[in-house]
Write a protein that binds this ligand. Structure first.
Ligand code: NDP
Ligand code: MG
Ligand code: MG
Length: 338
């Protein structure tokens, strides 16, 4: 698979464009600040009464209402919550975007599932950093960049790939490495990874381990350290050197226990559940559920957030982290203000 680096991208392309970044949240603040620091002319598009407006002003970046930001732009990058994109696209972007402009996304969801159907004259690209927005910014500030994916949905100009690479370079992506995919593959693998492994899988694994220990009478503090706190140390080792490096670093006892118990806990039933999840993604059934959830003002997200907040692992966790202030220092604070 070809990996693109700085030398494969022509930064001057995006430096010659007026770029509108729509949204200033997790991804938006990072792209807007990185592109600005890379010498690109950026205007952030927002609603005037929202919380983000003053953050953009504080960062010294131009801000305008979405209609105005789009009107002046050669490239429009949409960095809004996925479920808000179709409405903003229909009301504010489609009526204002220039003929032949480039429309960009950081996730393929709305294109792949038919929620946004762009005009034929537009180039439609994806530049998707494979990391949270705050890491996209912090890696750039260190002189690096988060590895990114690019994809083309429409190449009306014949130059869409060069534009995507140029944007990725301005955002730091070609420091970490850029690979080309397509909207379908990015959307389906991203949804699967976050649901089955990274977010859904990891959270339920932690909660079930914590519940099993505390139900058996062990102290919640002990259960928290063993099932949640230490997960980071293990994941860091896998991140740095793969599974073998992690196994080299842990004790023989821990490694042997991994082989005995791992496949019993994550078993053929889990495989079946993962295949079901993938099917739900491939058939569009999950997308439909999520879109309806947004359209009905998040009934299930609201309830699940409330239930999670009341879970003992969260309550004991908050107390323990309060005793370890170095852990959360500079981490979960809102860096989009900076
Ligand atoms: P956020 O939830 O952080 O976006 C919030 C921003 O959107 C705020 O600035 C908010 O402004 C603005 N906004 C929301 N609704 C509207 C509206 N109707 N009109 C104008 N502005 C609005 O989004 P993310 O950064 O999490 O996600 C953006 C995209 O990036 C998505 O496609 C996502 O899938 C993708 N992505 C996200 C990653 C991440 O790390 N979060 C990783 C990779 C891709 P206000 O203050 O006014 O509410
Ligand atoms: Mg995702
Ligand atoms: Mg141990």
């Amino acid at each position: 698979m070809k990996v693109y680096y700085d030398k494969d991208a022509d930064l001057s392309i995006v430096r010659g464009m007026n770029v509108a970044i729509i949204g200033y949240g997790s991804q938006g603040h990072a792209h807007a600040q990185n592109l600005t620091d890379s010498g690109v002319n950026v205007t952030v598009g927002l609603r005037k009464n929202g919380a983000s407006w003053s953050k953009v002003e504080a960062a010294g970046i131009k801000v305008a209402e979405v209609d105005a930001a789009v009107k002046g732009a050669d490239l429009v990058m949409i960095l809004l919550p996925d479920e808000n994109i179709p409405e903003v696209y229909a009301n504010n972007i489609a009526p204002n975007i220039k003929q032949g402009a480039t429309l960009a996304f950081a996730h393929g969801f709305n294109i792949h599932y038919n929620q946004v159907i762009p005009r034929a004259d537009l180039d439609v690209i994806m530049v998707a950093p494979k990391g949270p927005g705050h890491t996209v910014r912090s890696e750039y500030l260190k002189g690096g960049g988060v590895p990114s994916l690019i994809a083309l949905h429409q190449d009306a100009s014949g130059n869409a790939k060069q534009v995507a690479l140029s944007y990725a370079a301005a955002n730091g992506g070609t420091k970490g490495g850029v690979i080309e995919t397509n909207f379908r593959e990015e959307t389906e693998t991203d949804l699967f990874g976050e649901q089955a492994v990274l977010c859904g899988g990891a959270v339920e694994l932690v909660k079930m381990g914590f519940e099993t220990l505390t139900e058996a009478g062990y102290a919640p503090e002990m259960a928290y350290f063993e099932c949640l706190h230490e997960l980071k140390l293990i994941v860091d080792l896998m991140y740095e050197g793969g599974i073998a490096t992690m196994n080299y670093s842990i004790s023989n006892n821990a490694e042997y226990g991994e082989y005995v118990t791992g496949p019993e806990v994550i078993n053929e039933q889990s495989r079946e559940a993962m295949r079901n999840a993938l099917k739900r993604i491939q058939t569009g059934e999950y997308a439909k559920m999520f879109i309806l959830e947004g359209k009905t003002n998040y009934p299930s997200m609201t309830a699940r957030r409330r239930l999670n907040a009341a879970h003992p692992v969260e309550i004991v966790g908050a107390q323990l982290r309060g005793m370890m202030p170095w852990i959360s220092k500079n981490k979960l604070v809102d860096q989009s203000k900076n």
